[in-house]
Write a protein that binds this ligand. Structure first.
Ligand code: R5P
Length: 280
């Protein structure tokens, strides 16, 4: 078995190859003069694990080309971050179910798919090959444990993230809760934990995705007003669209942490070990 990867997942793929103690294939990526993507893969093995995080169209094309270049190999496609997964239904007439379109395209030529904290588990059903999801909640919990916080409060930003928050908190035996939004007037909303008071607590808000950071910046400001000693954010997928990282830093968060499902300077913990465990 060997590991191959798209350009955006080269660090994660290297760590995964190391964890699995198997070779990493070097793939050459270039563009044709007209902008079309070219790649040339090293020798695949009988079994190949392709690590293909994609957030943009170029990485999607690289993924499709890489799968094709591994023709003849039994391919496991690892999608650390699956782009387009958030458009998982038609919210308005005339829209595509983008997650379904992507899953169908990415199923061709692969035997199985592995995702990491996919936004909605129903998306797995759109692949035409077996697809499973792994969670980084234990990794995030283990990282929080290294921060030296005494009895941190782990908060999900909404009810949908409550289970994730509980799973992260389980790593350290900490308290978990989730935020609720109460409309006070036409213009005013109050965001506060459902049950646990934040006064003098070190709070870590955990979420699957930080995109623009808008959700967390607003929540963090309100938690500080309610007396939180500190507010940090930890997510699986750090998209940081529209300067989302800077937005959170400007909002006074003590730390903004993400995994390497999208590789960036904010990558504080790796998905490699969880993926390796699932592949074994
Ligand atoms: C929503 O369901 C997701 O879990 C995230 O809370 C959301 O994607 C965050 O978006 P943003 O960072 O743009 O507020």
């Amino acid at each position: 078995m060997k590991v191959a990867c798209t350009e955006k997942s080269q660090v994660l793929a290297s760590k995964l190859a190391k964890a699995l103690e198997i070779p990493l294939i070097h793939t050459q990526f270039k563009s044709f003069p007209d902008g079309e993507i070219y790649l040339r893969n090293g020798d695949p093995d009988e079994e190949t694990v392709i690590v293909a995080g994609f957030a943009g169209s170029d990485s999607l094309v690289q993924t499709l080309l890489l799968i094709d270049a591994c023709e003849g190999s039994d391919v496991t496609l690892v999608l650390p971050y699956m782009g387009y997964a958030r458009q998982d239904k038609k919210f308005n007439p005339g829209e595509p179910v983008s997650a379904r379109a992507m899953a169908a395209a990415l199923s061709r030529g692969v035997s199985r798919v592995l995702t990491v904290n996919i936004h909605e588990s129903t998306v797995l059903g759109h692949f035409t090959v077996p697809a499973t999801d792994v969670t980084l909640a234990p990794e995030i919990g283990a990282h929080i444990a290294t921060l030296g916080l005494e009895n941190p409060l782990i908060l999900g930003p909404d009810g949908g993230a409550a289970t994730f928050a509980r799973d992260v908190a389980a790593a350290g035996g900490w308290e978990a809760d989730h935020l609720t939004k109460t409309r006070l007037s036409g213009e005013e909303v109050r965001i506060a934990p459902k049950e646990v008071a934040v006064q003098d607590r070190d709070v870590v808000i955990v979420d699957d995705i930080i995109s623009t950071g808008g959700t967390l910046a607003t929540a963090a400001g309100m938690l500080r007003e309610q007396g939180a000693a500190s507010v940090r954010a930890a997510c699986v997928h750090g998209v940081f669209a529209s300067a989302g990282y800077a937005r959170l830093a400007a909002a006074g968060l003590e730390a903004v942490m993400a995994s390497d499902t999208i590789e960036s300077a904010a990558s504080a913990y790796t998905a490699a070990d969880a993926i390796a465990r699932a592949l074994r």
